[in-house]
Design a protein around this ligand. Sequence first.
Ligand code: FES
Length: 108
Amino acid sequence: MDISITVIDKNEESVVMELPTDMSLKLMEVLKGEGYPILATCGGMALCATCHVQVLAGYENLAEAQDQELDMLDTIPNLTDTSRLACQIPVNENLNGAVIKVLAEDNI
Ligand code: FES
């Protein structure tokens, strides 16, 4: 199935994206592929924090962050209550309807 998410950039411009759930994608890969300023220098291992996003809606639907992600989030200066690392968020039905703000650039 396809899901729909809304992505907001640092200029508050929002885009609605339809994403397939059957390609084992991570949110980081989608955002990077769409040209958002995500370096992903660790390749999606929750080690660089350059894929930092704030989940403005739908945060409670996502699987909980694991220790590695939580440790990395702790190092981020502009951490929010609903911050996540996009490389740790699979594109699946849990993400449907989510609103994601890309905060990555502020952290580079
Ligand atoms: S890509 Fe490095 S922490 Fe997500």
